[in-house]
Design a protein around this ligand. Structure first.
Ligand SMILES: Cc1cc2nc3c(=O)[nH]c(=O)nc-3n(C[C@H](O)[C@H](O)[C@H](O)COP(=O)(O)OP(=O)(O)OC[C@H]3O[C@@H](n4cnc5c(N)ncnc54)[C@H](O)[C@@H]3O)c2cc1C
Length: 425
């Protein structure tokens, strides 16, 4: 029962990435509308390149008005991927048709374009999003949590949701100390650009773009290269994951070097080299992958500040689940807060149960990032030529055919009772 005189549960969200926006939209969908979102960027420019949402998160978009219709024209349409060795010899095709029929569509597209549609949807609901506000400090007491912004303003609420991505400042409050990223030993060259006209006629590249969208993978020793054409071949995106131990700072916007990429791919398929050569210099980025050990908890000592998305659990791109798990966090959180609707004194219960529902799943999914990379980078080609399916992406039902909202509704009470028995509630 909600105490009759209590004000509605108040929430501050930091970060307007997919984690923060999903938490805001899903809370709003459950009637929790006393919230505000702070984002440090003064404007949301369409940054990034290809991003993937598995069926476990594409189903979330279907609850958000006409978003699926708006996404349809901008997403990648191929439902198969062709694998090659590094010299370009065809190895195998993996079809996604059956899983699309069984589990629904995946969504692959430009991060900036998809993000801007989600952002507009949040605005259309009336969610207050304050751009250009950087949070510099987190604090909490038993009765509330708060943040201080770079202009010195302090804001408090029943709950603070830190969705600030991999460089999260709230991790210090949660852990009681600063944690430092470790080099993963890998980096990714990434690019997205309008398909050059010459690609449509060149015998090297026309198969990539002339008959609609395509998806191709080239697998070498400790390097893999993925290329996808989008919007009926009009745009093209490629990513190349490779060994790199030089630098551990992490940013989506490090400029990449074409000569460095070409020298890495010297003896590779001419198709791959053509993709790199055609890349406009200013559209090539070099994303250094860092690694963070799993956190012992996502919840602050007083249970009033939590980490969601990459702030809690950064993913390797080879898991293809970073954005999906960030969205699941928001969906499950909204279910948990709905159970204590209006009662700010029960926030600790809601967030502890939320963590109980999320912790094991996100860390199990996180591990698939390493297994997929190793499956490709350390491939035994004697085995592969006999059994090419070894290269296929593992598409697992427990990850993809998963309804995070239903699961949370079904398990909330059991997890809560377990926490009570353990004396954690
Ligand atoms: C610019 C950018 C480009 C990206 N491009 C790709 C891509 O091409 N492909 C891909 O797979 N993934 C990409 N990602 C990462 C991907 O979006 C995330 O891994 C995933 O969606 C999880 O999202 P998140 O909301 O947890 O984190 P993020 O997407 O990192 O969002 C965090 C948000 O918090 C804001 N923020 C951070 N610190 C503060 C602060 N102190 N105060 C206020 N706001 C703060 C950031 O500006 C950002 O908007 C990109 C992320 C960013 C930020």
């Amino acid at each position: 029962m909600t105490p009759p005189s209590s004000p509605p549960l108040s929430i501050i969200i930091i970060g307007a990435g997919f984690a923060g926006l999903t938490a805001a939209i899903e809370c709003h969908r459950k009637g929790l509308t006393n919230l505000v979102l702070f984002e440090k960027s003064p404007s949301l420019s369409p940054l990034g390149d290809i991003i993937s949402f598995g069926q476990n998160s594409s189903r979330i978009f279907t609850n958000w008005g006409n978003l699926p219709d708006l996404l349809s024209p901008i997403i990648h349409k191929a439902d198969q991927v062709h694998f090659h060795d590094s010299s370009g010899r065809f190895v195998t095709t993996q079809s996604f048709k059956e899983e699309h029929l069984a589990w629904g569509e995946r969504i692959n597209g430009h991060r900036g374009e998809i993000h801007s549609l989600v952002y507009s949807h949040a605005l259309s609901l009336g969610i207050p999003i304050r751009l250009g506000v950087t949070v510099t400090k987190y604090f909490e007491t038993p009765s509330h949590a708060g943040v201080v912004t770079s202009s010195g303003e302090a804001h408090t609420a029943d709950l603070v949701i830190a969705a600030e991505g991999v460089r999260s400042k709230a991790r210090t409050l949660i852990l009681g100390e600063e944690d430092h990223p470790l080099p993963s030993g890998y980096a990714v060259f990434r690019s997205w650009f309008p398909t050059p006209l010459s690609f449509f006629s060149s015998p090297l590249t026309s198969h990539l773009v002339s008959r609609g969208d395509t998806h191709n993978a080239w697998i070498g020793t400790d390097v893999h290269f993925l290329a996808a054409s989008i919007k009926n071949g009009k745009e093209i995106s490629w990513v190349c994951t490779h060994v790199d131990t030089s630098d551990i700072s992490e940013s989506w916007q490090f400029p990449g070097s074409k000569p460095a990429a070409l020298s890495l791919l010297q003896n590779w398929d001419p198709v791959v080299k053509e993709l790199v050569k055609a890349t406009p210099e200013e559209r090539l980025f070099d994303y250094k992958l860092v690694f963070r050990d799993p956190l012992p908890t996502f919840v602050s000592p007083e249970g009033r500040t939590i980490l969601v998305g990459d702030a809690a659990h950064p993913f390797l791109p080879t898991s293809i689940q970073g954005a999906s798990q960030a969205m699941e966090d928001g969906v499950v959180l909204a279910v948990c807060l709905d159970r204590i609707k209006g009662d700010g004194t029960k926030v600790k219960e809601a967030v502890r149960v939320w963590e109980g529902l999320r912790y094991e799943r996100v860390h199990r999914v996180q591990k698939t990032g390493v297994t997929t990379r190793e499956q490709w980078h350390k491939a035994d080609w004697d085995v592969i030529w006999k059994e090419p399916e070894v290269l296929h992406l593992k598409r697992e039902g427990w990850i993809l055919d998963f309804d995070s909202e239903r699961d949370a509704e079904e398990r909330y009470e059991r997890v809560r009772e377990g926490l009570v028995k353990e004396g954690r509630l």
